[in-house]
Design a protein around this ligand. Structure first.
Ligand code: UD1
Length: 421
């Protein structure tokens, strides 16, 4: 295992490009189970989670080949298996999204439940209820969700909350079902919209992706397609936070500006300057940071996947900020590590009170999940002396080549083997 050593104190400056979105890529790859014809997906980020998805698809019989640095060719002609094993699903929760496509393709599926997760319970009840509404018999046996249906039938599905994964799973089950499916209170995330674009390119009939009501008219078969994955808005937000916390000046090329409204508003409120121009986003800060109130919400609200990074930023604000996490019940693990660096954070249930501005001092800290790792790196960028972030395999799950990218804009950090692990 590796760790990252950061020497703090340098503002980040320059231009940087974004990778393809991890959360869009994963379900899009799973869509290869829905057709026997080839798919070509470009702008695929090189990430551990993408490798896990490829391993899972290979286990299910999909032929997957890299045909370029960021281009994957997939063919599900010989995808004969309908079982997603525990070993792969437990390492990546997004694997559970094969349930819908497997059921649509084979009329049956056996998919391990994902199990525990560092950021909360994250059940799959909404996925199961949705599949059941489409006429499948679904039961939980020996840690696996087992589902079968002679023919899936379109139905109205109302989601208790707008779960991203459940929306994607139900969409992929419904595209080949008989008749119309309407998903109400659907997730509106751009990644759901990108999956809908991909499925549409494959011949699916989908209306309303990006709104709370998605309508799907089932078709007999789907065909091959090409698709370019959208840019990663969470990577963009993380880099915007990096420019803000270090008092730097960054231009993020190919930024999905229209997907970042909530992030821009909150960073500006905290004292950053943000300018959007010709598809690029310039973020800089020269004034002191102000405290803010922040609440994570489903899209288009402020994303939970940027909450940890914002907490690092707010440790540097002059005053008391309040962060409320409404999506996951246990997503403040990074706060405990930030405390070790001298941050002043008090947690009360879903709320964290961040008293700034703290003089952070470098320390050995441990990444607990993907976005928490970035929060610690951001803290390390402004801390005195040296910060060592261990367990960075979490970082590699979702940030492509991030140490090289940050170095290119002036960060002083290096990746070294972690002999202590
Ligand atoms: C996706 C993202 C993740 C992001 C999250 C919320 C991917 C691969 N991951 O995760 O980065 O943090 O959206 O934006 O796209 N829930 C239930 N029952 C269910 C499903 C979910 O109660 O059956 C709850 C979860 O516990 C959580 C909330 O719904 O509290 C939102 O979860 P969900 O939107 O499903 O997140 P994921 O799709 O797992």
């Amino acid at each position: 295992m590796d760790k990252i050593i950061i020497h703090g104190g340098t503002p980040l400056r320059g231009s940087i490009g974004l990778s393809g979105s991890k959360n869009a890529t994963l379900p899009i790859l799973m869509a290869s189970l829905l057709t026997a014809e080839p798919l070509v997906i470009s702008n695929v980020p090189r990430l551990r989670d993408v490798n896990t998805a490829i391993d899972l698809l290979a286990t299910l019989g999909v032929d997957v080949q890299w045909s370029g640095e960021h281009r994957l060719e997939l063919c599900g002609a010989n995808a004969a298996s309908w079982e997603a094993p525990y070993e792969l699903v437990k390492t990546m929760r997004a694997s559970f999204v094969v349930l819908g496509p497997l059921l649509a393709r084979h009329g049956r599926a056996r998919v391990s439940t994902p199990g525990g997760c560092a950021i909360g319970a994250r059940p799959v009840n909404l996925h199961m209820a949705g599949i059941r509404a489409l006429g499948a018999k679904v039961q939980l046996r020996h840690g696996y969700v087992e589902a079968h249906a002679e023919r899936l039938r379109g139905a109205r599905v109302w989601l208790d909350n707008p779960s991203v994964g459940a929306t994607e799973n139900i969409m992929m089950a419904a595209v080949r079902a008989q008749g119309q499916t309407v998903i109400e209170n659907a997730a509106r995330e751009p990644e759901v919209q990108d999956l809908a674009r991909m499925l549409t390119a494959m011949g699916a009939q989908i209306a309303g992706a990006g709104t709370h009501v998605i309508e799907i008219e089932g078709v007999q078969r789907l065909h091959g397609a090409e698709h370019h994955v959208i840019a990663d808005r969470i990577e963009a937000g993380s880099l915007m936070a990096a420019a803000t916390i270090t008092g730097g000046d960054l231009t993020i090329e190919n930024a999905p500006v229209d997907q970042l409204d909530a992030v821009m508003v909150k960073l500006v409120e905290a004292g950053a300057e943000v300018h959007a121009h010709n598809g690029a986003l310039r973020v800089c800060r020269s004034a002191p940071l102000h405290p803010i109130e922040l609440r994570t919400l489903p899209y288009p609200g402020f994303p939970t996947d940027l909450q940890a990074q914002m907490m690092a930023v707010l440790t540097q604000a002059h005053g008391t900020s309040v962060i409320t996490e409404t999506i996951f019940e246990n997503r403040f693990m990074h706060a405990l590590e930030l405390l070790r660096m001298g941050a002043d954070v008090v947690m009360k249930g879903p709320t964290a009170i961040v008293r700034g501005s703290s003089r952070l001092s470098g320390a050995p800290v441990m990444a607990t999940d993907l976005r928490a790792s970035m929060s610690l790196i951001l803290a390390g960028l402004v801390a005195e002396n040296t910060t060592e972030v261990s367990r960075i395999y979490h970082l590699d799950r979702g940030y492509e080549d991030i140490d090289a990218k940050l170095r290119a804009i002036g960060a002083r950090l290096e990746r070294v083997p972690d002999k202590g692990e």
